[in-house]
Design a protein around this ligand. Structure first.
Ligand code: SAH
Ligand code: SF4
Ligand code: F3S
Length: 578
């Protein structure tokens, strides 16, 4: 088949969004065309998330639809990529014969080869099979198992020998990133991975199993990638890692394989240990060093941000670099998960509420400078209904929310995940209606906090990154209503909105960074020359700002402007260009 068309749908966190971008680039280079129309595609790929059950259910239902379609279109190739492929393994292929290709997040470099094989095999098969009427005879695909292939790390992704080799080829995928207007889109904002995997093993979480061990990319690769992006017009870079502040690269300890310096395995820190102390005397690039390097060596990046931070292991060295660097955003996404020490212990988070709040106080003391237009904003994640969570534990979480004063907080109902410690050790004993009530109570409380945080910005003049034309009032209203009854984790106007019932993003920055919620999709009626257009922008603290302007939208899009904040209304700040 010449130039097959691909439909790729992405679920989950920013890491997945970046993986999808890399996969798109590598397949495009091989001649695949991409389409937004799933029905027109020869190849349908789902880049999946396993963090909560609902995220997986969506993919199961998509696969069910594809099974019906394949009966009519035997040449169709279906692939499952990402965390769910890794978590489910061969069981997924067994349960869903419609799936031709499965590739875990640590094996994405193998996708082109597997896909090529699957496309050829299915095309040959389609020539032999009369397309079946949906209701009538279905092609017997049982003899096709040899064409159905999977690339999964399995339980090897945490073994250091294989880890090094796998990381090496994966590094090539990151290095081969195609930077073009097509892959970057109009936003001039991009993700850059600095660390893969996670070593924390929070008891509820699948990520250490699906993404493997913590591995850090060489700093020069990261800086070069930032430079390449900046040369292509990117002015905002978000560095990605599950525990992004754990970044450290030990020079001289690496081996070169295939011409590529291998990324390194992570290390666990002692309580209270800062990276600078931990690596004193060693030739190590710490997270603080890396931030400084990117800031100094690629000044064209006007906004440098990073997610997600782990509340422990966050040294003053990093906070000081942020304070000293005008282009590093004063924004920390630093999930607490619970306000109860007992629950934090069961979650294996490794800190107490007191230690968490101490960190927030330290971060505020160093970074919160509204008087020079550089306030610090914080975002958090909370899980409600963890096994055994009492009303007293829940009340403690409410107090944490009041004390932390996040600009937004992502609130999730606990979802037991196969393979995790929590599902084996603890009974999921909080009834769903209790989880839902707690979820809603926290959302309501967070909305009050977010409103109050938003009001603090009124009267301030802040730099914003202009992202696009905002939806018209009517559309925004419809969307806000829809969001408030059913979405999770969308950051709209810096407010936490939505509930657990939609798995829009597994990790908060996925939405907040791209500000998906507010961007026009190109179907807006064109404004007449002097009619003001409402545009949407983001502060460096990730707050959404709406403003009216008669200046041409294209001139403003993707630029940094100064805005005086006039009002804080539900879901957004409103301001005027100065
Ligand atoms: N590495 C990041 C978060 C990764 S997952 C961190 O540690 O902060 C994103 C969020 O999903 C987590 O912060 C947590 O709040 C939530 N989450 C993870 N596993 C979950 C589960 N089993 N049930 C409900 N929420 C979960
Ligand atoms: Fe790692 Fe974050 Fe999951 Fe904890 S919640 S195991 S830190 S990814
Ligand atoms: Fe994987 Fe990201 Fe989901 S790491 S499990 S896609 S939140």
């Amino acid at each position: 088949m010449a130039n097959p068309s691909v439909y790729l749908e992405t679920f989950g966190c920013q890491m997945n969004e970046l993986d999808s971008e890399l996969v798109t680039g590598s397949l495009r280079a091989l001649g695949y065309r991409f389409t937004q129309d799933a029905l027109a595609a020869d190849v349908v790929l789902y880049n999946t998330c396993s963090v909560r059950e609902l995220a997986e259910q969506k993919v199961w239902s998509r696969l069910g639809e594809m099974a019906q379609r394949k009966a009519r279109q035997p040449g169709l190739v279906v692939g499952v990529l990402g965390c769910m492929a890794e978590r489910e393994g061969a069981a997924l292929m067994k349960r869903m014969p419609v799936v031709d290709v499965m590739v875990g997040p640590g094996e994405l470099d193998k996708l082109p080869g597997l896909l090529d094989n699957a496309v050829r095999t299915r095309a040959a098969l389609a020539d032999e099979i009369e397309p079946a009427d949906a209701q009538e005879q279905r092609p017997d695909t049982s003899g096709l198992t040899s064409a159905r292939q999977a690339a999964l790390a399995g339980n090897t992704s945490r073994r250091s020998a294989t880890l090094a080799a796998a990381a090496d080829t994966l590094e090539l995928l990151d290095l081969s990133r195609a930077v073009s207007p097509e892959t970057l889109g109009p936003s001039r904002s991009a993700y850059v991975r600095i660390t893969r995997g996670c070593n924390k093993f929070c008891t509820y979480c699948v990520v250490p199993f699906t993404r493997g061990a913590e591995v850090h990319r060489p700093p020069q690769h990261i800086v070069d990638e930032c430079r390449k992006l900046a040369d292509a017009g990117v002015i905002e870079v978000t560095l990605l890692g599950q525990t992004v502040n754990h970044y450290r690269f030990e020079h001289g300890a690496s081996v070169t394989l295939g011409g590529v310096v291998q990324p390194q395995k992570g290390r666990t820190y002692k309580r209270g240990e800062s990276q600078t102390d931990a690596y004193a005397g060693l030739n190590v690039t710490t997270f603080a060093d890396l931030l400084r390097m990117i800031h100094e060596e690629v000044p064209a990046i006007r906004r440098l941000r990073f997610v997600t931070s782990y509340p422990r292991d966050f040294g003053d060295d990093v906070l000081t670099v942020i304070r000293e660097s005008p282009r590093i955003c004063r924004y920390l996404h630093v999930p607490a998960q619970s306000g109860s020490d007992r629950v934090l212990g069961l979650m294996n988070r490794g800190y107490t509420v007191g230690e968490y709040l101490e960190f927030l106080d330290r971060a505020r003391a160093i970074l919160h400078q509204p008087e020079i237009g550089r306030p610090l904003t914080l975002a958090g994640d909370i899980i409600v209904g963890f096994p055994g969570e009492t009303e007293a534990d829940f009340e403690a979480t409410k107090r944490l929310l009041e004390r932390a004063r996040y600009k937004n907080c992502f609130i999730f109902k606990y979802s037991p995940r196969p393979g995790t410690v929590a599902i084996d050790r603890f009974v999921d004993d909080i009834p769903d209606e209790v989880k839902r009530r707690r979820n809603n109570e926290l959302l309501a409380l967070q909305n009050v906090v977010s409103d109050s945080v938003g009001r603090e910005f009124v009267g301030q003049t802040l730099e914003v990154f202009v992202q696009g034309i905002s939806r018209r009032a009517a559309k925004a209203k419809v969307r806000a209503e829809r969001v408030s009854i059913g979405a999770v984790g969308l950051t709209i106007g810096g407010k936490s909105v939505g509930s657990q019932d939609d798995e829009g993003c597994g990790d908060q920055g996925a939405c907040s960074s791209a500000a998906h919620a507010q961007l026009a999709t190109g179907d807006e009626p064109a404004a007449t020359p002097d009619e003001p257009v409402q545009m949407t922008a983001r502060t460096d603290g990730d707050l959404i700002v709406l403003f009216d302007t008669t200046r041409p939208a294209d001139d403003l899009m993707g630029t940094v402007q100064r805005i005086r904040i006039d009002a804080s209304r539900t879901l957004a700040l409103h301001g005027t260009l100065v």
